[in-house]
Design a binder for this molecule. Sequence first.
Ligand SMILES: [Zn+2]
Length: 242
Amino acid sequence: MNVDALADLIRGRRPCVALTGAGISTESGIPDFRSPNGIWARYDPMEYATIDAFLDDPVKVWDFYGRRLQVLGDAEPNDGHVALAELEERGWVHAVVTQNIDRLHERAGTRTLVEVHGSIRTSSCLDCGTVVPLADVVELLPVPPCPACGRVLKPDVVMFGELLPAAQIAHAEQLACDAGVLLVVGSSLEVYPVAGLPLQTLANGGAVAIVNHGSTPFDTRATVVIDGGAGETLRALADRLE
Ligand SMILES: [Zn+2]
């Protein structure tokens, strides 16, 4: 069975670094926004999710983002998030690099977490730099102003047209280079620069394993490929790596 092969791979090639995408959070009720039924099928990302849209009309973008926060706030970590936190606790997983902004890894107990697309954890003022935690932002909806200067806050998630946070990307690249195994979970590896991380692992002699519904461009170069759900697969993996 493939989960046995995955467990053997991780046993033989620590440290394992997990790279997670939207697919690990769909089981928590957060739809993959790139899927045909996802949020960008109904809302034009150019109108709601670019930095230019935000700068032009922050009220419109917050109307959309506030509703997203509600969905994300109601979601709970699932077996996949919990299993990764357990594997870190036991020393099998060294770190989690995620494209998700939903905080579910943190809430499941993951300690070394690199969020390359930012997080809903805070919003910031582009004028004076004040940082406001999520709980306070929610109180200030629908259009949260900076408590210091009054300008509309910007969510600390990476919008289309913005650069990814350099320190997080550098950390993710270092982890990918040092990984004995890069365990990709719930990502179709189509969005750069994150999609380049498996190449860095392979170039440095590490192995790549993939747990995803559907194929990815790296399937042929991966040592183990499991076409399955994140929750069920990672639970089974954690049970084998006591
Ligand atoms: Zn301010």
